[in-house]
Design a protein around this ligand. Structure first.
Ligand code: IPE
Ligand code: IPE
Ligand code: MG
Length: 246
């Protein structure tokens, strides 16, 4: 099977875009310039994934823990989000990208969350690529909000306690309407998940690279996809069983 055959292209890629601050610091620049440079890498990743036929791309842009960074860095990131919404949504829409923000949007100031919701509504009917941007997102928050939704259904008499199983919880977890995450990438050299998707990566292939996010280009994405294509995903079975199943 060549590496471009559809079975070898991950349907859903999730990326922890880490290393912006270090990219800037190595150049003796303020960290916020690293975040700005990171935006270019986002643009390239979206375009390249769309061209390679990836169906969904989920990017970790701001974690629930990142609020604890110095005020000026949080402020710079918020400004960057506002600017990016202004400058990118036209192109995304033109290219058929459907943009979804995942995370607790209510923590953002009213204007920013309204813009996020407007961008989602505007691109809702696009089908070329699902682009999910995780902001004020935490994997534990995601599981907790799903549990809360189910508990609400039970309290209203719409579901029974016995109905609560993996499938029921999974229906309330973010990204449930999209293919499962096949490939989880983290740039920046750290080998950890940092409270990004937890439930969703149960069977994802993990790929870690030292490349800092602003340096992560189309060739680097191809290298990750190639590594994915060489993996044998057994889902608990044996290699022999997989060969029989073909
Ligand atoms: C990731 O880059 C972007 C955000 C967390 C918003 P970092 O800002 O964490 O960059 P490093 O890890 O300090 O280099
Ligand atoms: C994870 O990176 C969050 C994002 C990339 C948005 P962090 O830089 O915040 O993670 P830690 O602190 O290294 O775990
Ligand atoms: Mg970091």
């Amino acid at each position: 099977m060549d590496s471009d055959s559809p079975a070898r292209i991950p349907r859903h890629i999730a990326i922890v875009m880490d290393g912006n601050g270090r990219w800037a610091q190595r150049r003796l620049l303020p960290r916020k310039l690293g975040h700005r440079e990171g935006q270019k890498a986002v643009r390239a990743a979206v375009e390249h994934c769309r061209q390679r036929g990836v169906e969904a791309l989920t990017l970790f842009a701001f974690s629930s823990e990142n609020w604890s960074r110095p005020d000026d860095e949080v402020g710079a990131l918020m400004q960057l989000f506002v600017k990016a919404l202004d400058s990118e949504v036209d192109d995304l829409d033109k290219n058929g990208v459907r943009l979804t923000f995942v995370g607790d949007l209510d923590r953002f100031d009213g204007e920013l969350s309204a813009r996020m919701r407007a961008a989602m509504a505007r691109t809702e009917r696009n089908t070329a690529l699902r682009l999910n941007v995780a902001v004020n997102y935490g994997g534990r928050w995601d599981i907790a909000q799903a549990a809360r939704a189910l508990a609400g259904a039970v309290a209203r008499g719409e579901a029974k306690v016995e109905d609560i199983d993996e499938a029921a919880l999974g229906r309330h977890i973010c990204l449930t309407d999209q293919p499962p995450v096949d490939l989880f990438i983290r740039t920046g050299g750290e080998v950890r998940v940092s409270n990004f998707l937890l439930w969703q990566i149960a069977y994802a292939e993990l790929y870690f690279t030292d490349a800092l996010w602003p340096d992560f280009d189309a060739a680097a994405i191809d290298a990750a996809i190639d590594a994915y294509a060489r993996r044998e995903r057994r889902f608990g079975l044996t290699s022999a069983q997989l060969r029989v199943a073909g």
